[in-house]
Design a protein around this ligand. Structure first.
Ligand SMILES: Cc1cc2nc3c(=O)[nH]c(=O)nc-3n(C[C@H](O)[C@H](O)[C@H](O)COP(=O)(O)O)c2cc1C
Ligand code: SF4
Length: 401
C-alpha cells in the first residue's frame, strides 16, 4: 500500500528531505518522520487497547507523522513489564488492535506495533520473586537503584515458546491491519539480554560466541517473517552498544546488521545502552544529549542497505533535517517531541517553527507518570488536567467504533 503524501510543503527547503516519502519494505510512508515507541500506558490492566490509546496514536498520525510505531506491546503475559501494558497474545485482542490500526491509517500514517518480551524486567516488580522471570542466564542485576534481583535461566523449551509467541503476535498485528512490527531488541529486555555477553552466559546453542548470542534474535525474526506475508514490514529495534566494559559493542551490532538484512528485516532502529547501563556514571544524562544516537545509527546505515531510523533528542527541526543529510540515516524518530506536540510535523511543513511546543522539562514528567498513564509537562494546563489525550484540540468524533 502506498500512502499519498498529504502534507503541503512549506516554502522552507531546509526541511524538504523530511517530507520525502520513505520506503519500508513494500510499503511507503508519506514522509520520514516516525513516531518512536513511547510507553504512555493508556492501555488497561487486562492488556487491551483502549479508546484513549486509540485517540493518542490517531492524534500523532493526524499531526503529520508518516509512520506511527506504538509503545512496546508484550507478546505474552510472561513478557509483560507494566500493569497497563498491552498484550498481543490471542484472538481476543483483534478488535482493539483493528480499531487502532484503522484510526492511524485514517490520518494517513503507516501503523506499526512494537513487540517485546521484557525478559528479566518483566513485572510486577513488587513481587519479583513470585514467578519465573526469564533471562538467558541467572545473572543478578539492579532492578532499581536500591534493589538487586536474579532472574531465572530460560529453558530451551521456553525459548521455542517465546519465538513462537513473537511470530503469533506479529501475525495478529498483520491480521489487525497493521503495516508492520518493530521487534524490541534493546534496553535489556529479553532479546537484547541474549545479545550481551554480560547477561548471556549460556554454553548451549543460544549462547557462547557471537553466533550463539545472536541466534535468538535471528530466530525470532525468521519466525515473524515465516508467519507474515512478504508485504508486512518487519523492523528491528536494536541495541547498538551497551556502553559498558565486557558488554555488547557497536562492532557487534555492525557485524549483526547484514545478518538481520539477510534474515528479512526491512528496517533498523538503533538505540544505545540499556536500562541498566544508562544509569552508569559514564552514561548519565545520555537521553538528554542532542542527537545522542546519531553516531551509532550512522554507522549502522553504512553497514547495510536497510533504511535506518534514528531517534534521541532530535526535536529541533533543523537538527532533524541535518541528521538525514549528514548521517546517511533514512528517517528521524521522535518520541518526546511528538508527545509534547503531535503537530510538530505539520508545523515544520508549514514553516511555523515558532508555534512548536518544545519538550524541555528537567525531570521528565512523562517518565514519572508512565505507570499510571503518562502526562506531559509541556501540554496546555487543561489537557494535563484531563490526564491523557495528549493535546487540547482533539475531536471526539474521530474515534467512533
Ligand atoms: C516515557 C518514555 C517511554 C518510552 N517507551 C519506549 C518503548 O516503549 N519502547 C522503546 O523502544 N523506547 C521507548 N522509549 C524511548 C524512546 O523511543 C526514544 O528512543 C527516546 O525517548 C529518545 O527519543 P526522544 O528524544 O525523541 O524522546 C521511551 C521513552 C520515554 C521518555
Ligand atoms: S513530560 Fe517533559 S520530558 Fe516528557 S515529553 Fe513532556 S516536556 Fe518532554
Amino acid at each position: 500500500m502506498t500512502l499519498v503524501p498529504d502534507l503541503p510543503q512549506g516554502n522552507d527547503t531546509a526541511f524538504t528531505a523530511l517530507f520525502t516519502p520513505l520506503k519500508l519494505g513494500h510499503r511507503t510512508a508519506r514522509n520520514r518522520i516516525v513516531h518512536a515507541p513511547m510507553s504512555v500506558c493508556y492501555g488497561d490492566a487486562d492488556g487491551n487497547v483502549t479508546r484513549p490509546q486509540i485517540e493518542h496514536y490517531a492524534r500523532r498520525a493526524q499531526g503529520g507523522a508518516g509512520t506511527v510505531i506504538t509503545e512496546n506491546f508484550a507478546v505474552n503475559a510472561s513478557g509483560r513489564q507494566m500493569r497497563l501494558q498491552n498484550l498481543v497474545d490471542g484472538e481476543q485482542r483483534l478488535p482493539g488492535l483493528r480499531r487502532l490500526a484503522d484510526e492511524v491509517h485514517r490520518h494517513g500514517a503507516l501503523a506499526m506495533v512494537q513487540l517485546v518480551h521484557a525478559g528479566r524486567y518483566a513485572g510486577p516488580w513488587d513481587v519479583y520473586d513470585s514467578r519465573r522471570r526469564l533471562a538467558p542466564s541467572a545473572v543478578p542485576f539492579p532492578l532499581t537503584s536500591d534493589r538487586t534481583v536474579t532472574p531465572q535461566e530460560i529453558t530451551p523449551e521456553e525459548i521455542e515458546e517465546t519465538i513462537t509467541a513473537f511470530g503469533q503476535a506479529a501475525h495478529l498485528c498483520e491480521r489487525a491491519g497493521f503495516d508492520g512490527v518493530d521487534l524490541h531488541a534493546g534496553q535489556g529486555f529479553l532479546i537484547s539480554g541474549f545479545l550481551s555477553p554480560r547477561t548471556n552466559r549460556r554454553t548451549d546453542e543460544w549462547g557462547g560466541g557471537f553466533d550463539g548470542r545472536v541466534r535468538f534474535l535471528l530466530e525470532v525474526l525468521r519466525e515473524v517473517r515465516r508467519r507474515t506475508g512478504p508485504d508486512f514490514v518487519v523492523g528491528v529495534h536494536l541495541m547498538t552498544d551497551e556502553r559498558v566494559e565486557g558488554g555488547w559493542t557497536l562492532d557487534n551490532a555492525l557485524r549483526l546488521a547484514p545478518l538481520l538484512e539477510a534474515a528479512g528485516a526491512d528496517f533498523l532502529f538503533g538505540v544505545p545502552t540499556s536500562f541498566e547501563t544508562m544509569r552508569l556514571p559514564a552514561n548519565s544524562g545520555l537521553m538528554d544529549r542532542h542527537g545522542y544516537a546519531l553516531t551509532d545509527n550512522s554507522a549502522l546505515a553504512r553497514a547495510t542497505s536497510l533504511p535506518v531510523m534514528v531517534g534521541g533528542r532530535l526535536g529541533d527541526p533543523h537538527a532533524a533535517a541535518r541528521a538525514l543529510e549528514d548521517h546517511h540515516v533514512s528517517a528521524i524518530a521522535l518520541a518526546r517531541p511528538l508527545f509534547t506536540d503531535p503537530d510538530w510535523p505539520r508545523k515544520v511543513s508549514d514553516g511555523a517553527l515558532d508555534a512548536i511546543r518544545g519538550c524541555s522539562c528537567a525531570t521528565a514528567r512523562c517518565l514519572r507518570t508512565q505507570l499510571t498513564g503518562a502526562v506531559c509537562e509541556g501540554w496546555p494546563a487543561e489537557t494535563i488536567e484531563r490526564g491523557y489525550l495528549g493535546y487540547d484540540d482533539h475531536d471526539d468524533e474521530r474515534v467512533r467504533s
